[in-house]
Design a protein around this ligand. Structure first.
Ligand code: IMP
Ligand code: MG
Length: 183
């Protein structure tokens, strides 16, 4: 089958089928690890919701999910440094196992802010699952990541939830943007 690539994409890093295969693998592992637990997936709006939707449907154990609103990026391709929480969770997680579902581990600031927020709700534990793990020499905030989909170089990527100026979240693959798009 011929894959149609968006004209703004320079290079596809991870294809749709690679993503699907990885999500299924992660779901299998998570279903095993949380078998006898009360699992709540908490995704971070908006980038994490595509991953959440796919992962949740592949889990073979009962679980609930919710979302947190967090913003760190403006319209640029580098992190703004401060994280603003725009929405808290609605469901009760006290005593339960929370797994944060995020699209990407970049500077780590968003994950730290969201983890700190979830801690206020007294869960039994909070762990992190990211689809993409950016390899960085100096990360602002190091936090433990329990599940990693793919390790990628420190480049700006879009697709599968990740955006540039709110665009490209819908792409089924993960790709690198052409420089001409943001210069
Ligand atoms: P952090 O707080 O720097 O770790 O950034 C986390 C958030 O920044 C993610 O939830 C993404 O929304 C966004 N982000 C980080 N890297 C990228 C990227 O390469 N492409 C698109 N968004 C990104
Ligand atoms: Mg995000």
């Amino acid at each position: 089958m011929v894959m149609v690539i968006h004209p703004d994409i320079k290079k596809v890093l991870i294809t749709k089928s690679e993503t699907q295969k990885k999500v299924a693998e992660l779901a299998k592992q998570i279903s095993r690890d949380y078998q006898s637990r009360e699992l709540v997936l908490v995704s971070i709006l908006k980038g994490g919701v595509i991953f959440l939707a796919d992962l949740s449907r592949k889990l073979t154990i009962d679980h609930s999910f919710d979302m947190v609103g967090a913003m760190s990026y403006g319209s640029s391709t580098t992190s703004s440094g401060n994280v603003i929480i725009t929405k808290d969770i609605d469901i009760e997680v006290a005593g339960k196992d929370v797994l944060l579902i995020e699209d990407i581990y970049d500077t780590g600031r968003t994950l730290r802010a969201v983890r700190d927020l979830i801690m206020l709700h007294s869960p039994r534990q909070v762990d992190v699952c990211v689809l993409l793990y950016k390899e960085k020499k100096n990360r602002a905030v190091e936090i433990p990541i329990k599940y990693i989909g793919f390790r990628i170089p420190d480049v700006f990527v879009v697709g599968y939830g990740l955006d540039y100026n709110e665009k490209y979240r819908n792409l089924e693959y993960i790709g690198v943007l052409k420089e001409s798009v943001y210069s």
